[in-house]
Design a protein around this ligand. Structure first.
Ligand SMILES: Cc1cc2nc3c(=O)[nH]c(=O)nc-3n(C[C@H](O)[C@H](O)[C@H](O)COP(=O)(O)OP(=O)(O)OC[C@H]3O[C@@H](n4cnc5c(N)ncnc54)[C@H](O)[C@@H]3O)c2cc1C
Ligand code: FES
Length: 277
């Protein structure tokens, strides 16, 4: 019998440096049977494990229909992520997952998507955008709003340029502090909502980033009468088991690892209201 806590061995089949701090790893299980049986849904995460060091939750950014490899984009913030950043093609690591509940891609079909992200390269939102663009006829208009603190925090500039070439896709980029080479907007992400034609009866709102930013967007959506059940947030908490067993990621009566990381605002409001969100 194998334990749900026991990782399977995976190998790095490709890697790409996105910025000095961020990198992407393309992984494949070394056991072909494990790879063949691996299924995930959009917005779920894996636990990546370095033997003797520990493990970290990381979102899956590849397409759920790609059964050959598993992609992750990682920012180096501490010891584990820095050591993952040293992995080269051919190196091995442990992987267990997938875990959690991801974005409700099916229930958003037929609606306009408003995707608002904040901070440095929000991996779960990128996977959602790529997913919707590959299945363009299933969704209405896409409004992509990305905010960063400083102009130099924006990564994946070429992706935003590529996304805005698609019909019915609008991309808004904004920074709290710009520089001479910043051609877009200055100010909070909420400034764009007066320009976006939001029909509260046929839109789905997806949020990923700092909780303060998500709180501000939720207030705007509430003003426009978007129902709380059509607003989705991807949450982050420190994790240990990822199985709903240790309580490390508890949020009221919910566990972010098991019941999330994606929650509707209707579910989260009772727990986060008293924390100020
Ligand atoms: C569901 C989920 C999905 C994630 N997806 C990604 C992803 O796709 N790419 C990515 O780069 N990161 C992702 N993260 C965050 C990632 O797990 C943490 O950055 C990582 O655990 C840090 O480990 P470390 O040992 O390198 O740093 P540590 O030394 O553990 O921490 C460094 C700093 O980051 C803070 N921190 C650590 N983990 C978290 C967390 N979960 N939430 C908030 N603050 C934290 C610590 O308090 C500390 O200040 C995700 C987290 C969750 C919960
Ligand atoms: S990480 Fe253990 S309960 Fe969520």
């Amino acid at each position: 019998m194998t334990s749900a806590l026991l990782p399977h061995e995976a190998v790095v089949v490709d890697r790409k440096d996105e910025t000095p701090e961020m990198f992407s790893l393309r992984l494949r299980f070394t056991d072909p049977e494990v790879q063949a049986g691996y299924r995930f849904s959009l917005g779920q995460f894996n636990m990546l494990c370095l033997p003797g060091m520990g493990e970290v939750p990381i979102s899956i950014v590849s397409d759920p229909e790609d059964r050959q490899t598993i992609d992750h984009t990682i920012r180096q913030v501490g010891s584990l992520t820095r050591n993952l950043g040293r992995l080269e093609i051919g190196d091995r690591l442990g992987l267990r997952g997938p875990y959690g509940r991801g974005w409700p891609a099916a229930s958003a079909e037929g609606t306009d998507l408003v995707i608002v992200t904040g901070g440095l390269g929000c991996a779960p939102a990128v996977s959602l955008i790529e997913f919707a663009l590959r299945r363009r006829s299933r969704y209405g208009r896409l409004h992509i709003v990305q905010g960063v603190k400083h102009a130099h925090d924006l990564i994946w500039r070429e992706r935003y340029d590529a996304w805005r070439q698609h019909p019915d896709v609008e991309v808004y980029l904004t920074a709290d502090t710009g520089d001479t080479l910043w051609p877009w907007h200055l100010g909070p992400v909420t400034q764009f909502f007066d320009r976006i034609d939001i029909d509260p009866t046929r839109c789905s709102v997806f949020l990923c980033g700092p909780e303060g930013m998500m709180k501000a967007v939720i207030r705007e959506m509430d003003r426009r009468r978007v129902p709380a059940r059509r607003i989705w947030l991807s949450m982050e908490r420190n994790m240990h088991c990822a199985l709903g067993a240790c309580g490390r990621c508890q949020l009221g009566a919910k566990f972010v690892c098991r019941d999330g990381p994606v929650f509707s605002w209707a579910e989260l409001a009772p727990y986060l209201a008293h924390q100020g969100i």
